[in-house]
Design a protein around this ligand. Structure first.
Ligand code: ZN
Ligand code: ZN
Ligand code: ZN
Length: 462
């Protein structure tokens, strides 16, 4: 039978439009909206996986919510396809197809029309509606090709690799808002510069910074207290102490082998404590293990609250028109970075600087300025971006506050920087808006590992 879908209609008792697709080459995604469900043939694994990803990566509800089953007789189906599909079947007359299709149709009928304009809120809607209709957990899938080592197949496609932290921030935010409940899966260490997990940990010679080191065996002769390289004790079967010239008798009784000694092939330096550094394969940044981002990977389950929002019973907060400065992270992402810094400071005890630049303006003046105020904030943001140091994480938060985490700068340096910014911005304001009373306040602080995220944010945005 001819149809717009390049596939075979499967006859069924409920007379539903269910199609089996085996050829993925000339398939147009839009056509599937007329189907009640589709079955994808796993004989062409790559074609099937790609087509399924395309369906679920759409932001159009009638496409991404469609029930999809995978027909695989002999092959084990890849994890991403399992996560994205509604079931794996080995024959086309499996009753699961109809059962699940009916169930999903019922749940889809509950969904009220909601409005979402920004991409972020469309992604949020999609997460809520997909996992509400499916009633299953959002599970991260291990993927060595993924930037952070894991992917969330339903939404990973909406983020560029350099936006991976934004994705994690969105998920954290869902939990903070009690829309999803999280469960710990894994901990990943990410490059602070580009958030890649493709990292190389290396021991470094503390003297010459060479990586060309060899681990050396040591022997501690307990009788005389001498510690030296194993090779200096001669024949391994008949060890003789070079210090007291006695023969060594039994391991653990008259001698031991301390571990963790290196010698440098470059400068011949012998040392116990090697410095460790981390090389990022992705951006070639070199840093220390303490400076990496420690991000938790969670699986997520929709909550009662999330269900209400998914079906449209409760409305989301009205979206604000926020100033948009390139190079700034969203406020959500910023709070996630802050959380990472707090965690990191706890383990390293190296305090990190955080600061704010606040625009003080009366509500009246703000209303008088109207849209010009957004432009003004954007202009100031542009200035801050250009004056701050690379590696600084900046956002515009509530109450017209610019927030800066400055991981690589001391508090004194940040203080100095903020002071200069304050003078320049104040000058710019009195020149451009002489008839308005707008002032600039700055403040800096330590992320000390003891003060909680919310407390710090509340203190800064005041
Ligand atoms: Zn060396
Ligand atoms: Zn000895
Ligand atoms: Zn990197």
């Amino acid at each position: 039978m001819y149809s717009e879908i390049n596939g075979r209609k499967l006859t069924n008792s409920a007379n539903k439009e269910i199609y089996l697709i085996s050829d993925y080459k000339l398939q147009d995604l839009k056509n599937i909206v007329i189907c009640d469900a589709i079955v994808l043939d796993y004989n062409d694994k790559e074609g099937c996986n790609k087509f399924l990803r395309n369906i679920r990566q759409s932001l159009i509800e009638s496409i991404y919510l469609i029930p999809v089953f995978i027909l695989s007789q002999f092959d084990e189906v890849d994890l991403v396809s399992v996560e994205l599909s509604d079931g794996i079947i080995s024959t086309i007359n499996n009753p699961l197809i109809l059962e699940k299709t009916n169930l999903l149709a019922q749940r889809r009928d509950n969904l009220k029309i909601t409005e979402a304009t920004s991409t972020e809120s469309r992604i949020l809607n999609k997460l809520l509606r997909f996992y509400y209709t499916r009633n299953k957990e959002l599970t991260p899938v291990l993927n060595s090709k993924s930037h952070i080592g894991y992917e969330y197949p339903l939404i990973s496609g909406h983020y560029k690799v350099e936006e991976s932290i934004d994705l994690l921030a969105l998920l954290n935010n869902l939990v903070d808002q009690d829309l999803f409940l999280n469960q710990f899966v894994d901990k990943v260490k990410l490059c602070k510069n580009c958030s890649s997990s493709f990292l190389n940990y290396r021991e470094v010679c503390p003297k010459c910074n060479s990586f060309n080191l060899v681990a050396e065996g040591l022997i501690h002769h307990l009788d005389c207290g001498y510690i030296g390289l194993e090779k200096a004790f001669g024949n391994p079967r008949q060890l003789i102490c070079p210090n007291c010239e006695k023969g060594l008798w039994q391991f653990g009784v008259d001698y031991t082998k301390p571990t963790g000694t290196f010698s440098c092939n470059n400068c011949k330096h012998l040392f116990r404590e090697s410095t460790k550094n981390v090389f990022c394969f992705n951006c070639r940044n070199i840093t220390t293990p303490e400076m990496l981002i420690n991000a938790n990977i969670y699986s997520l389950k929709i909550t009662e609250n999330g269900t209400k929002m998914a079906i449209g019973e409760v409305k989301k907060e009205v979206e604000k028109t926020e100033p948009n400065v390139s190079g700034f992270v969203s406020f959500t992402t910023f709070t996630t970075f802050l959380e990472y810094e707090i965690q990191r400071t706890k383990t390293t005890n190296i305090p990190v600087s955080i600061g704010k630049i606040k625009i003080d303006i009366s509500i009246n003046d703000k209303n008088r300025l109207g849209h010009r105020f957004i432009n003004l904030v954007e202009e100031i943001g542009e200035f801050i971006k250009n004056t701050s140091l690379s590696g600084d994480i900046i956002t515009v938060g509530p109450n017209d506050v610019f927030l800066i985490i400055s991981p690589f700068n001391s508090l004194t340096k940040l203080d100095f920087l903020l002071g200069n910014m304050q003078i320049s911005i104040q000058k710019m304001l009195s020149m451009s808006f002489p008839e308005y009373d707008i002032s600039v306040r700055v403040k800096s602080n330590f992320i000390d590992g003891r003060t909680q995220k919310t407390e710090m944010i509340n203190d800064l945005i005041r």
